[in-house]
Design a protein around this ligand. Structure first.
Ligand SMILES: Cc1cc2nc3c(=O)[nH]c(=O)nc-3n(C[C@H](O)[C@H](O)[C@H](O)COP(=O)(O)OP(=O)(O)OC[C@H]3O[C@@H](n4cnc5c(N)ncnc54)[C@H](O)[C@@H]3O)c2cc1C
Length: 478
């Protein structure tokens, strides 16, 4: 541990109520790991905070000594921002309280909650918070970046449903942001990521949902262009209750699929209906009459089953790399390029995820939150997911090459939640006409850019990036 870290440890240990882990301490080996094994770092100190006072103490001490600091909620930053080499990790995993007010359909949850923590507490009251699709993701990181998921079209992004934030800012003070209190900060926190401080509590809106209708189908490779063209034309007119998404990937070895499709490139479609079941069955039957769907399933699921059904596809400890973008519409040429890339997929778990937002997300005006573009409703995520370091180069290249091909057809911008650690140049593009306002908020609350392990909005007054080590999370160049 460096001298500065020793000093930090000594200054914290008398007052800290959570756990401080140095590399020699038991528990450190597990605590240092994050979800994405592509980013393996050894922080000098991990401060597992037990409450707001611990967070304040850690921020004050690290900021005073200029120690590189990462924030961690669920540890799912695809970019690997929730760890760092030799610095401090402020780990919020001991701060997982949720309180639900069923009558007001509101909840408060702490800054270390996972989606599963929030879902199990809110579902006990028959309510749901619109968030992501994998329950071991951190609710804080996801909501601060925007947050898309099964309920987005019905109820908006996660950040659209936050009514208040309590956070520890760079000088260690506790600040509240809502529509009435520090409204600029409130605006910035809804989409601006972890740039402004450590959020210790979120106050959010909930909706009554306990069960949903889900249909799934697989389309063989020859059927992909046709079904994607139909999807592209169908979605803009479809009701908010419907979310229809695709994953272009390798078909599973399932006995419900014809043998010639198993293990081959395919599109897996999921159609979710939230609302009355009769109307839902009609909508999914209409969709299933298009193209040549195989291995069809139609199930009424509990909301908790829905929220956990993809958990096993994205386990901790594999290697992941992603690039993402928006399309105003999906051209035939883009569809062709995706299908071509599928033929050269280096890992069977790699996916091209396609979603259509619109609905409630599209009805929030561009100026209302800091979140990136709402006008281009098609989202594509290129996600590589593999096991061994020897396969890094092939998987990184697969994502980067396909992204290069698709990029000219994309609208500017990207959802920060799906960015990698080597995309600094895309951050201003993400926020575009919101950039100057974000810079002003950042410069007010974090003038020294203490919170810089994120998709960074560098305060005007901060040291030039060359003098200010930040992004050791960059994955290897091709
Ligand atoms: C398996 C998987 C599934 C995903 N599914 C979705 C999805 O459906 N929808 C979607 O929108 N995104 C999704 N994402 C992306 C995800 O939202 C982002 O990676 C997000 O940053 C993860 O949050 P986290 O708290 O788990 O991550 P961490 O790695 O813990 O945190 C990421 C960053 O968020 C900030 N942060 C975290 N907690 C706080 C806090 N309390 N206060 C201030 N800043 C904080 C910090 O800048 C930190 O670097 C998914 C990611 C994975 C790995």
């Amino acid at each position: 541990m460096s001298g500065a870290l020793e000093e930090l440890y000594s200054s914290l240990k008398g007052q800290f109520r959570g756990k401080l882990l140095r590399s020699q301490d038991s528990g450190y080996a597990d605590a240092r790991k994050i979800w994405n094994a592509l980013v393996a770092r050894r922080p000098g100190l991990i401060a597992q905070c037990s409450g707001v006072a611990d967070v304040q103490a850690a921020v004050r001490a690290a900021s005073a000594q200029g120690i590189l600091t990462a924030l961690r909620c669920g540890g799912h930053s695809l970019a690997g921002f929730s760890t760092c080499e030799g610095g401090l990790v402020i780990d919020l995993s001991r701060m997982r309280q949720v309180s639900v007010d069923p009558a007001r359909r509101r909840a408060r949850f702490s800054g270390g909650c996972l989606l599963s923590t929030v879902d199990s507490a809110t579902q006990a009251a028959g309510l749901a918070f619109p968030a992501g699709v994998v329950s071991h993701t951190g609710a804080a990181g996801l909501a601060l970046g925007g947050g898309t998921g099964w309920l987005s079209r019905m109820h908006g992004l996660s950040c659209d449903n936050v009514e208040g934030f309590t956070l520890v800012v760079a000088d260690g003070s506790l600040v509240h942001a809502s529509a009435d209190e520090n409204p600029d900060l409130f605006w910035a926190l809804r989409g601006g990521g972890g740039n402004f401080g450590v959020v210790t509590e979120f106050e959010v809106k909930l909706y009554p949902i306990t069960s949903v209708l889900l249909a799934t189908a697989v389309y063989c490779v020859d059927d992909i262009p046709g079904i994607l063209r139909s999807w592209r034309d169908f979605m803009p007119e479809s009701p908010d209750n419907l979310r229809w998404v695709f994953s272009l990937t390798t078909a599973p070895q399932s006995e419900h699929l014809p043998a010639q499709v198993r293990g081959r490139p395919a599109a897996s479609g999921s159609m979710l209906w939230v609302g009355g079941l009769e109307a839902g069955r009609r909508a999914v039957d209409q969709i299933l009459s298009i193209g040549h769907p195989l291995g069809i399933t139609k199930t009424e699921l509990s909301f908790l089953e829905l929220q956990t059904m993809a958990d096993h596809e994205f386990p901790h400890g594999r290697r992941y790399y992603t690039k993402s973008g928006y399309f105003r519409t999906l051209t035939d040429a883009s569809i062709h390029s995706m299908v071509e890339a599928l033929a050269a997929i280096p890992s069977p778990a790699n996916q091209i995820e396609l979603a259509y937002l619109g609905g409630a997300v599209g009805r929030v005006s561009a100026a209302e939150t800091a979140f990136g573009d709402r006008s281009a409703p098609f989202i594509v995520n290129l996600l590589a997911n593999w096991e061994n370091a020897e396969e890094d180069a092939a998987n990184l290249s697969w994502v980067r090459n396909l992204f290069q091909v698709l990029r000219p057809g994309m609208a500017p911008g990207v959802h920060v939640n799906f960015m990698s650690g080597d995309e600094d140049d895309r951050v201003p593009e993400t926020y575009r006409h919101r950039w100057e306002r974000l810079l002003a908020v950042k410069s007010h609350y974090d003038p020294g850019n203490f919170f810089r392990l994120n998709q960074n909005i560098r305060a005007r007054s901060a040291a030039p990036s060359g003098e200010h080590p930040r992004n050791e999370c960059t994955p290897p160049a091709p």
